[in-house]
Write a protein that binds this ligand. Sequence first.
Ligand code: QUE
Length: 336
Amino acid sequence: MTEASLILNREGHAGTILMNRPKALNALDIGMIRNFASAIAQWKDDAAVKLVLLEGAGGRAFCAGGDVRAVRAAAVAGDRPPVEAFFTEEYAVNEGIALFPKPWVSLIDGVCMGGGIGLAIHNGPRVVSEHALLAMPETAIALFPDVGTSHILPRLPGSIGTWLALTGARLTGADCVHAGLATHYVLREHFPALRAALVESGDASVVERFAAPLPEASFAPHRAALDRCFGQDSVLGIIGALQAEGTEWAAAQVKILRRMSPTSLSVSLELLRRGAGMNLRQCLDEELKLTRSVVHDHPDFCEGVRSVLVDKDGAPNWAPASLEAVDRAAVLGLFR
Ligand code: QUE
């Protein structure tokens, strides 16, 4: 018998959800997404469920993202319906979490990227440990910040959201609290007691009692430069501003940006600027339209997933290959 990839339970006053594909770092497949939708539907009006508790199995990850290998396989086969179903249903879950009328408590003790962030960010509390590692790595596979993060990232302090989206910067748990992605910093050793208190009390405010003193943000020394550079209104403008900084940190950011899909960087920046003026539903609709064109009508997504997750050669062949060669009209055309 195979074990379920999403395990729903009732414990005390809580509805508990365990993401359980540890070998794939709990990456979300369509079956898991459907079970999330059913948990939301069952529990939102069930007065006996005071809160939801979301965790990842295996000790290494909360959730590494969406099952983009499966999406790529469908795209390569020219099979549109499974891609349409995956993103439509995933984004509906993101909105369902945002509208969920009770605390949706995420316990993040490991890797949490992309789609994993979408399962935590739209509600709360969002608890991170000293082993949490969060990122929006989509520009490395020529996707873009989705799962409603086009609504969230433009609302983070300064230009932190743009920096995260374009560079895929990895944040520690403490960094996430400083950036506004997480709400509470709790040491891993206290997670079992926190979990027990949540289940037993049904009161999400117990997390306050478990919070540890917050270390300084790793990006604190670079915050001013980060805001100066990532506040520019084009990717080449950002790169120019970084070069003008003349620091090691700025040079490292340029090197990272130059490895990402040039089209994806341009799409992601445009999406975040639009997202600043839109509500969550509008952002999810814009993201859904973008998935169709980015996955099916542009070669970089299949190439990016091939390079990062299939062949793992770290040598993507982007088209076009440089930011200088990106045609703005072609980028805007992907937003139909
Ligand atoms: C960008 C992404 C993802 C990614 C890497 C990126 C993503 C995702 C995974 C992933 C990682 C490990 C696994 C797995 C998936 O990596 O969405 O199954 O074992 O799910 O650069 O968007």
